[in-house]
Ligand binder design. Structure first.
Ligand code: ADP
Ligand code: MG
Length: 473
């Protein structure tokens, strides 16, 4: 049994890491399906998690004065470039969104997204440099790029461009993990310093997880979604309500929810009887669909109906987050000694963290934590402090890439540009069980799912990935 688990470990790792690609796949009605991956998004255990290389593989910028980094992001459907100084000043940034492009397909088409990145990247880079007051890449001190996880063919556009720029101008190069860049964004944007350790709630289109963030490059997974990510659920419900979904349906659904009444449509809070830190949103999305289908035509035609659905969905989705966070706060209190640290700051990052209602509710949750339960302290009496980047820096952008590289370079870490390839699948960190020395065991029901996955893989024809690149995802 133990041997079987060991043999299946690399499979689980590569399966899990495909989530981001699936997020983009899932945001369409095309033929690409979960069958290529098969495992729930909650399967986080494995060995190939993110560990930054130690030492400077491609040199370091001068450390005796502030240095500048050019950061490039092309992992999904936003072409983002920024120049950030090591003291946290954003010197210049530019972003080309593909929202309009993907709107007509009802989701991200990987092949279309790749071509759009290729078309936009030089222009966006030039714009970011211009806004930073720099003439060319020769004027920055290092070049950084997201190398994973994400859509492989999109990642490669940014990676190849960044490598060429770093080599041409003999600049240090940093390969950035997209999810870590979201996490570290909180340390750039906060008014007060955000020191490690902290608890991170990462909520994006492809991921939903709770992490113990102990240091740059050291994040442990406390819980993650068993099925859909929160952003994915927003996107799917937005589609059910015929809202615009290009670039993600979250903003449109949030706007509509403002006109609705939370609770007007009865929906169950997911996993409300399960006391753990995992998430699930697939059942909630199905419940929304059923509620719409069950409603008679007259009520559905009322202008308030869609707004009520949106408000009810959002309310229940956030209630689910709140419940998981309460367990996480409890866990931090109890397990602090074992972990060797007791966080008292909650960082919320990723695209969905731009949501104003989510920010308001999680602020209230932190303010209501009993003072003294943890070390830190929120401003309004709670023991937990909430840190969320400004909304525009929650969704994918070049600033987060440049800043993640600043964090690495300050620690003396850079990477060799030559030969660097992208990693479409790349877990951020191991399970928290590895920190406490517990043996990681496969999640319940894992073996049955693994058998299904292996059957799916056996049926996958070679070259399928390339074919998928040109299918609606
Ligand atoms: P990715 O998941 O590709 O890394 P982001 O981190 O930018 O991309 O997250 C995009 C996701 O965030 C989408 O699912 C989008 O619907 C969601 N999102 C963005 N803004 C909001 C919002 N205001 N409310 C809810 N969801 C949002
Ligand atoms: Mg993202």
């Amino acid at each position: 049994m133990a041997l079987a688990a060991l043999l299946l470990l690399p499979l689980a790792v590569s399966m899990r890491a495909g989530v981001r690609l699936l997020r983009c796949s899932a945001s369409s009605r095309g033929p690409a399906s979960r069958a290529h991956v098969g495992l729930p998004k909650g399967v986080e255990w494995g060995r190939q998690y993110h560990r930054p290389a130690s030492g400077a593989a491609s040199g370091l910028p001068p450390q005796d004065k502030p240095f500048t980094v050019l950061g490039i992001e092309t992992s999904c459907d936003d072409t983002g470039v920024a120049v950030v100084r090591s003291d946290g000043t954003i010197l210049g940034e530019a972003l080309a969104s593909q929202a309009a492009l993907h709107e007509e397909f009802g989701g991200v088409m990987p092949g279309v997204a790749r071509d759009a990145h290729a078309e936009a990247l030089d222009r966006v880079t030039a714009e970011a440099l211009k806004r930073a007051g720099l003439a060319s890449v020769a004027d920055v001190d290092a070049v950084a790029v997201t190398v994973g996880p994400g859509l492989e063919i999109c990642l490669r556009v940014g990676c190849e461009s960044a490598k060429a720029l770093a080599l041409e101008h003999a600049k240090p190069f940093v390969a950035v993990h997209h999810l870590e860049a979201h996490v570290l964004m909180a340390r750039l944007a906060a008014a007060e310093p955000v020191d490690f350790p902290f608890l991170t709630l990462l909520v994006s289109g492809g991921h939903c997880m709770l992490l113990l963030s102990r240091a740059v490059g050291e994040h442990y997974v406390i819980g993650s979604t068993l099925d859909d990510a929160l952003g994915e659920a927003y996107d799917k419900v937005a589609r059910l309500l015929d809202l615009p979904v290009g670039g993600g349906g979250g903003p449109a659904l949030e706007a509509l929810a403002r006109d609705g009444s939370a609770g007007a449509v009865a929906l169950p809070v997911p996993m409300s009887r399960k006391k753990n830190c995992d998430f699930s949103f697939a059942g909630l999305k199905t419940a929304v669909r059923r509620a719409i289908e069950k409603t008679d035509d007259a009520r559905r035609a009322e202008p308030s109906f869609n707004a009520d659905v949106a408000a009810s969905f959002q309310d229940v989705a956030i209630s689910h987050l709140e419940q998981r966070l309460r367990y996480a706060f409890e866990l931090c209190e109890k397990a602090g000694d074992e972990w060797g640290c007791r966080p008292s700051t909650l960082v919320v990052s990723g695209g969905v963290a731009a949501n104003a209602e989510l920010r308001r509710r999680l602020q209230a949750l932190c303010d209501a934590t009993p003072a003294g339960a943890a070390d830190g302290g929120g401003d309004d009496g709670g023991s937990w402090r909430l840190v969320v980047p400004p909304p525009r820096l929650c969704t994918d952008n070049g600033v987060m890439v440049a800043w993640a590289a600043v964090e690495s370079l300050r620690l003396g870490r850079s990477h060799a540009a030559e030969g660097r390839d992208v990693r479409a699948r790349w877990p951020l960190g191991p399970s928290i069980a590895q920190l406490t020395g517990e043996v990681e065991v496969p999640p319940k029901g894992y073996h049955a799912r693994t058998a299904k996955v292996m059957r799916a893989i056996a049926n996958t024809k070679p070259g399928k990935a390339e074919v998928d690149a040109d299918q609606p995802a």
